[in-house]
Design a protein around this ligand. Structure first.
Ligand code: NAD
Ligand code: UDP
Length: 323
């Protein structure tokens, strides 16, 4: 395998740090670019001593000038609480970030992969969701800064490909969990595990009948790398996620059982536009990439719970106001 210079934007985040770890282990020259809005240096501190790893503090809404062979564009807050914190900045991160990495890819003749999302399907009327489904997104709701930002980024990727022949890839990531999720990101897996371990109430939004399909981070990173290295005539978008679908109540009960916690289940109001169901149709990923997830929810949760038990939660902070 040839060694490449690879840029990972958002490389210090939950998924980005695992991706960097894999690429560094394979011997590539990896540049991790991040503004640390939703992450901390501790996620990549163990890579800093490696000669083939470099860390750049930079905000993707500003242009950057680098020479690379491949770009994984992950920079964007992903948890609802994080992306709604400064919604205008979230939209800028998706759109200006896409323009900046695509411009760089055009100049360097680099290949560039976009981390898109199942949120492009909004609150879906088609179940499970195939890539051909065009979605039902509320363009003016509180999730729109993220959903529409990611949709616009997909448009830019396809237009740079059609107009400028940039070699692109687009993956649509469904809910992914695992070690190094931010303990205060408010996402359902991190919230429930933290609440269970701290003996706090477990907060189910609404009745808990809404569903999500949970993919373990190692499976996701494997799918992402396969897509980057796949044939040039398959640019996506492709769904990457685990079709195992659970109600939020089922997840809460599983976390209680696996942690042995005595926390109570309590109900809080359902946030606006919260999708009622979500499950990826992964036929395309299976056919084109030979990819299927391998880690069942119970096994992935076991590793995630072990990691949450191992960290000192005081080292994690909520986003700061000046981002
Ligand atoms: P994360 O919040 O842990 O990682 C995002 C990283 O991007 C963080 O390190 C953050 O500091 C950085 N970032 C944010 N804005 C930036 C900016 N303007 N400039 C530079 N860096 C910036 O989230 P994650 O779960 O690791 O998500 C990674 C990517 O995958 C995101 O693009 C997200 O939209 C996408 N995704 C994730 C999931 C999931 O379930 N984890 C699902 C769908 C899509
Ligand atoms: N959720 C919940 N309790 C929490 C956090 C989230 O019931 O403490 C629900 C949320 O309303 C949604 C689902 O869990 O229906 C997944 O939420 P998350 O923020 O993880 O991701 P989403 O898929 O909504 O972007």
């Amino acid at each position: 395998m040839s060694l490449k210079r690879i840029l990972v934007t958002g490389g210090a985040g939950f998924l980005g740090s695992h991706l960097c770890e894999r690429l560094v282990a394979e011997g590539h020259d990896v540049i991790c670019l991040d503004n640390f809005f939703t992450s901390q240096k501790s996620n990549v501190a163990h890579l800093l001593g490696q000669a083939n790893f470099e860390l750049v503090r930079h905000d993707i809404t500003q242009p950057m000038w680098l020479e690379v062979d491949e770009i994984y564009n992950l920079a964007c807050p992903a948890a609802p609480g994080h992306y709604q914190y400064n919604p205008i900045k979230t939209m800028k991160t998706s759109v200006l970030g896409a323009i900046h990495v695509l411009g760089m890819a055009k100049r360097c003749r680099a290949k560039v992969l976009q981390a898109s999302t199942s949120e492009v399907y909004g609150d879906p009327e088609v179940h499970p969701q195939p890539e051909s489904y065009r979605g039902a997104v509320n363009p003016i709701g509180p999730r729109a800064c993220y959903d529409e930002g990611k949709r616009a980024a997909e448009t830019l990727f396809m237009d740079y490909h059609r107009s400028n022949r940039v070699n692109v890839r687009v993956i649509r990531i469904f809910n992914t969990y695992g070690p190094r999720m931010h303990p205060f990101d408010g996402r359902v897996v991190s919230n429930f595990i933290r609440q269970a371990l701290q003996g706090e109430d477990i907060t189910i939004f609404g009745e808990g009948n809404q569903t999500r399909s949970f993919c373990y981070r190692d499976d996701l990173v494997e799918g992402m790398i396969r897509m980057m290295n796949g044939p040039d005539d398959f640019i996506g978008p492709v769904n990457i996620g685990n079709p195992g679908e659970f109600t939020i109540r089922e997840l809460a009960e599983l976390v209680l059982e696996m942690t042995g916690s005595k926390s109570r289940l309590v109900h809080e109001p359902l946030p606006a536009d919260d999708p009622t169901q979500r499950q990826p149709d992964i036929t395309l990923a299976k056919e084109k990439l030979g990819w299927t997830p391998t880690v069942p929810l119970r096994e992935g949760l076991q590793k995630t719970i072990a990691w949450f038990r191992s960290i000192d939660i005081r080292h994690y902070r909520a986003p700061t106001p000046n981002y």
